[in-house]
Ligand binder design. Structure first.
Ligand code: 5CA
Length: 440
């Protein structure tokens, strides 16, 4: 992508409304724009990162056996009256009427709708286990939307819903998502710790929040410090192995970890003092087992091997992609801007032409841009006629992991500079060596 033809409205000034660093940097880098309170557009640079986050989530959901579908944002109130949540959900639900005066709502979550899909076509235990997920916008009319897309009113959620014949089966489904979440957050460059959590309006009595430790987090959390170094389940994890996944779950729940709502002071004080971590955290995922809470009132049942009808045991599993993007920035930035982990960077490499219009610089940059693009790299080429200083500042701000810098002096020697955004290390090398480093 040539920067001269891209749409990346960088802000020079620090936006006054931004209270935390991720919100400030997302606005400055032209990733998002607020359209009304708590409702955001994702501009091209932000959309690229969000898509990469969603793809990693998708890969890990698929690996764990979940199946993707797409459900609508607008739902009929009738379904929610069946479960009893239409009245219970309160003011967070945006209620709408259509032209026939029928009550509708903008979905804050999808337990009812997916249960309706399930009951309309699944009749036998032989079709279980089943886990259906989608990545879709949600709306919650939060009292205090804040921190940009960290807590917004319209936000994206990956929500998965599992169906099993028995409680034991449902626990295995829960453990699959538990392990998939550990892998997902790790691939996003984050250390997320599962903590016992309150179930709120979703319900049930088994639930874990996945929390990233960050000073700007909204939750107060308490855990054993060893979680910071625990091993992540490998790519080769067998998601069909009941014992294997139970072992992962047992290990990751063997030490104390709880959010403030579930905090047990006495249990925490039993942890040796030097091992106690009391910190702030960002909730990036939340998983629930709630048994037959929805299947009973909505009549979602299957025939079991005993020939009798059984209400299915369900769980739901959420991740917030539009919250994850700022969470990654909170965990990875410096005074100059964002430092993206390679897995979600909007571009792999930025080529900086220090003197656009200079034939040698132009030719060198075009050569590198073409070679790396051909090799499958996603390259941003800063071909604008801004000053070199402005280009360096922009490249640092938007956090692309590698910068290849072509200035007249180096280019005259057949060389360019390669800068690592994270460490700041710079290396001068031949043009060919620079290309080879990223093609190989
Ligand atoms: N139905 C369940 C799981 S599918 C559910 O709704 N869970 S939740 O309420 O915990 O939300 C799941 C995830 O969505 C949260 O962990 C968080 O990452 C994200 N999320 C929730 N509310 C917001 C919000 N206002 N802004 C941004 N992300 C949010």
């Amino acid at each position: 992508m040539r920067l001269s033809r891209f749409f990346m409205p960088i802000l020079k000034e620090n936006p006054k409304e931004a209270e935390i660093v991720s919100h400030r940097l997302m606005l400055r880098a032209g990733m998002i724009r607020q359209q009304s309170q708590g409702i955001y557009s994702w501009l091209p640079l932000g959309k690229k990162v969000l898509d990469k986050v969603n793809n990693i989530i998708r890969q890990e959901q698929n690996r764990a056996g979940a199946i993707e579908l797409s459900m609508p944002t607008l739902q009929s109130a009738e379904l929610w009256q069946e479960s009893g949540r239409y009245d219970a959900y309160g003011k967070e639900m945006l209620r709408i009427k259509d032209r026939q005066d029928r009550p509708m709502l903008y979905g804050p979550t999808n337990e009812e709708m997916v249960t309706d899909i399930f009951r309309s076509s699944v009749k036998s235990y032989k079709d279980l286990p089943l886990n259906l997920y989608h990545i879709q916008l949600k709306f919650r009319d939060e009292i205090r939307p804040r921190f940009g897309t960290m807590r917004s009113r319209e936000f994206m959620m990956k929500d998965a819903y599992s169906f099993d014949l028995t409680r034991e089966g449902a626990e295995h489904s829960y453990n699959k998502m538990f392990a998939a979440y550990l892998r997902t957050f790790d691939r996003l460059g984050l250390r997320a710790i599962p903590m016992r959590a309150d179930t709120g309006p979703i319900g049930g009595n088994l639930s874990h929040e996945f929390i990233i430790l960050a000073d700007t987090g909204e939750s107060e959390v308490f855990c054993h410090k060893d979680f910071v170094d625990f091993d992540i389940p490998a790519e080769s994890t067998d998601f069909d192995s009941v014992e294997g996944l139970k072992a992962i779950f047992d290990k990751w729940t063997s030490l104390y970890a709880a959010t403030s709502e579930m905090h047990d002071e006495a249990a925490f004080n039993a942890v040796p003092e030097g091992d106690r971590l009391s910190a702030r955290g960002i909730e990036v995922g939340h998983i629930f087992y709630f048994g037959t809470k929805y299947s009973e009132p909505m009549g979602a049942k299957v025939q079991g091997p005993d020939g009798k009808e059984h209400f299915v045991h369900m769980g739901s599993y959420g991740i917030g992609p539009t919250r994850l993007v700022p969470a990654i920035i909170e965990a990875s930035h410096d005074d100059n801007g964002i430092i993206w982990p390679a897995s979600v960077a909007p571009f792999d490499i930025v080529v900086i032409n220090m003197k656009a219009g200079d034939q040698a610089c132009d030719d060198t940059c075009e050569l590198i841009y073409a070679a790396l693009t051909k090799a499958g790299k996603d390259v941003l080429y800063d071909d604008t006629d801004d000053r070199a200083g402005t280009k360096f500042a922009t490249a640092d701000l938007i956090g692309v992991p590698v910068q290849i810098i072509a200035g007249p002096r180096a280019v005259a020697n057949g060389e360019v500079e390669v800068k690592d955004r994270k460490t700041g290390a710079r290396e001068t090398m031949t043009i060919e060596a620079a290309i080879n480093r990223f093609v190989a």
